[in-house]
Design a protein around this ligand. Structure first.
Ligand code: LLP
Length: 420
């Protein structure tokens, strides 16, 4: 799936399914996020098909996009959820994802969160440290229940991705070092309220090559064999997420090739495979639509000033991430070179430098592509800007799936103390 697969231009006008983006923009003011339900469904089915020969469960990484409509779309197709907080568990359950398809990751789970997850009977806790294991044991015992666990193993593999989204090196905060894994599992076996079920690994996000995955999974396979010889019953391997997407011209291995690699590395273990994809399911299923506020002729550069800012989509400022920027109506216009910036009072509020975009004027619509994952979920109301609404399209219908709040909604959350 490329950034434009589900947002093609027809007669120079960008569409999503059967609807022109400009028709949505007439009813929902910019900026707004727009998702294609068809793209999400197709992407999920690609995973299902790729893994049809294996006992595998797709648990969508809710952190990538936690809108109820997105989760309900995936729930209907049979998806589970990978969650990292009480809030994400609640969102998954509310959208119809059953507890027995929920895996719970995260480095600092609280007692309250563990209690809640145990009371629901989730599929698996992915345990990131020994103290966390002890807390889970304590809470499970107090509830007279048993927690099914996997340790998240840190395999010390370089994911070859952006440092801020790389998680599988020994210096990262995630998981139990592979060198200490056998000791950790032996400790777990001795604790009440704990049922050892599997092994979990997640080495990073936006991986464009299979090699780091293969290296990590090979180490995990060796570990599973060792753990079994230590007497532990390992029936699940959670392989995490991380498969990248095309933002510009990255060539990403297909889900089919990924599945074959998983089978080659882990198939002989006869374990159930859990997958935690986020970006590869949602990334290219969504865009951020904004309008040109002004075109400013600077001394050295032309600025395309948008009504969307870093508060709406923080990836370019935070990770220097590349997102294609495309005029919704290309018309007969020529390409021009712009710095594409937002309205927030920071120089970092820049989507792209020296980027070719079809010549645009104030009021023209601009699409920031590949924004379906880690877009809306990371947005904020910095500068007291209203959170951008989200829209989902299916065929010739569209629905606002998160509405724009009002200024009153925002201001009334603050409480002025009685002494003022
Ligand atoms: N499982 C675990 C335990 C994770 O930490 C993550 C992502 C995933 C699964 C899903 O990974 P994916 O398939 O989406 O690569 N905000 C960053 C990405 C942070 C990813 C954090 N963990 C960005 O915008 O690039």
């Amino acid at each position: 799936m490329t950034p434009v697969s589900y947002f093609p231009h027809k007669n120079n006008e960008m569409y999503v399914d059967d609807i022109a983006i400009s028709d949505i923009a007439k009813q929902v003011k910019t900026p707004f996020y727009c998702y294609s339900s068809t793209a999400i469904e197709t992407s999920y089915q690609e995973y299902k098909n790729a893994f049809s020969a294996q006992d595998a469960l797709v648990c969508f990484a809710v952190k990538a996009n936690s809108n109820q409509a997105v989760l309900a779309t995936l729930a209907k197709l049979g998806s589970g959820a990978d969650v990292v907080s009480m809030g994400e568990i609640r969102r998954a359950i509310a959208a119809g994802i059953p507890a027995n398809k929920i895996v719970y990751s995260g480095v600092a789970k609280s007692q309250e969160e563990i209690h809640y997850a145990l009371s629901l009977g989730i599929l698996q806790f992915n345990v990131e440290s020994e103290p966390e294991l002890e807390l889970i044991s304590k809470v499970a015992t107090s509830l007279n229940t048993t927690a099914a666990i996997a340790f998240r193993i840190n395999p010390d593999v370089c994911a070859q991705t952006h440092a801020k989204i790389s998680t599988g090196k020994a210096e990262n905060k995630f998981g139990v070092p592979i060198s200490k894994a056998r000791i950790a599992y032996n400790q777990a076996a001795a604790l009440p309220g704990i049922k050892i079920q599997g092994v979990d690994v997640h080495i990073g996000s936006q991986l464009t090559s299979l090699a780091p995955f293969a290296e990590a999974y090979q180490r995990i396979a060796e570990l599973v064999t060792e753990l079994r010889s230590d007497g532990h019953d390992i029936s699940v391997v959670d392989v995490g997420g991380g498969l990248g997407i095309t933002y510009l011209d990255e060539v990403i291995p297909s889900k089919q090739t990924y599945a074959e690699m998983v089978k080659a590395q882990l198939g002989h273990l006869n374990c159930k495979i859990i997958l935690e994809p986020g970006r590869s399911l949602l990334g290219n299923a969504g865009i951020l639509v904004s309008s040109v506020a002004f075109v400013k002729n600077g001394e050295e550069r032309q600025f395309l000033m948008l009504d969307a800012g870093m508060n709406d989509l923080i990836r370019p400022s935070m990770y220097d991430a590349y997102h294609q920027i495309i005029a919704v109506n290309k018309g007969e216009r020529e390409l021009k070179t712009y710095d594409v910036v937002g309205p927030v009072c920071e120089t970092g509020d820049t989507f792209a430098k020296a980027r070719q975009v079809h010549e645009s004027d104030a009021g023209d619509l601009i699409a920031i592509m590949s924004s379906g994952a880690y877009g809306a979920v990371m947005s904020s109301s910095y500068n007291t800007r209203l959170l951008a609404p989200e829209v989902m399209v299916k065929g010739s219908e569209f629905a606002v799936i998160r509405k724009r709040p009002s200024y009153e909604d925002i201001i009334k959350q603050d409480i002025t103390p009685s002494w003022l």
